[in-house]
Design a protein around this ligand. Sequence first.
Ligand SMILES: C[S@@+](CC[C@H](N)C(=O)[O-])C[C@H]1O[C@@H](n2cnc3c(N)ncnc32)[C@H](O)[C@@H]1O
Length: 314
Amino acid sequence: MTQSNFMNRIIVGDTLRVLREIPSEIIDMGVTSPPYNKGENKKGWLVKNVKYKDSIDKLPEDEYQENQIVVLNELFRMTKPGGSFFYNHKLRWERGFMLHPMDWLRRTNWTLRQEIIWDRLIAANIRGWRFWQVEERIYWLYKPVDKHYIGQELKPKHALLTSIWRFHPEQNNPHPAPFPLALPARAIYSIMDDNKGIIIDPYCGSGTTLVAAKLLGHDYIGIEISKEYADFAEARIVNCENERKEALSEMVKHTVRRTFSERKENGEYTGRFRIQKHSQEKPISLKLFEPKAPYMKQTAKKASANRKAAPASD
Ligand SMILES: C[S@@+](CC[C@H](N)C(=O)[O-])C[C@H]1O[C@@H](n2cnc3c(N)ncnc32)[C@H](O)[C@@H]1O
């Protein structure tokens, strides 16, 4: 496939088949949420059943995991050294046994850079076999440059967003399992910052990652098996300006008043409980953590009286 066949396009087809036709080391980063292999005949009494138009989300678990490993390794091949991939998945249970994304992620070529909790801020009064599962996971996968596994530092304005991402599930989207625009916007902005590049979503569904990529000024590649979802995503990309406000409301969260080094230079609070001499900010008072002296005295007095009153034990 030549570059013009897939750049800024959504290719309709099976992810693995399409990925195999894309050249190596051209992608800067990716974001995706694959089908979770949730078994379509399972129906929870509170959770809506996800059913896709042109694929069945029900494979033998071994086969599913092997497929994800091959897909992730193809994505690794296509990604430039130093590039990243954000993989959204969740913990599942099969007849009481936990299926954890780490079960297959550790078997791919990627370096696992971070496990992020996506707190979906959902709540309900229910009974259940486990505590109400309100979270999904997002794995930051990294392709090292040579053997430098640690990679480049994030800018402080991105890193301050912590490893718990709090977004409500998307409500205004007819696709059965979309993620909110803020999720790919946060991932892309944090990694790419002001640089421009090529972003891929190999299971692009309603095109949320591609809309975020376009709004942030990047090129994109989408792959989706359902023509209906791909058509919807194309229309969404054409009208992406309607969603700029939502992307901006994520981007304004990436702000830091003063970086760690600036605070350090000014002798300001840097996270250690110490008294600062030249601080422009009010130092945290260590007195807050000291027990109050009169209380200590009284307690000591009472304790000694009690000891005297108590009968001797043998
Ligand atoms: C969790 S959804 C992705 C939703 C997307 N993140 C969004 O915000 O709309 C997974 C998507 O993968 C697609 N899909 C399932 N099997 C596929 C396959 N073998 N190849 C390509 N796409 C597939 C489904 O049609 C579905 O749209």
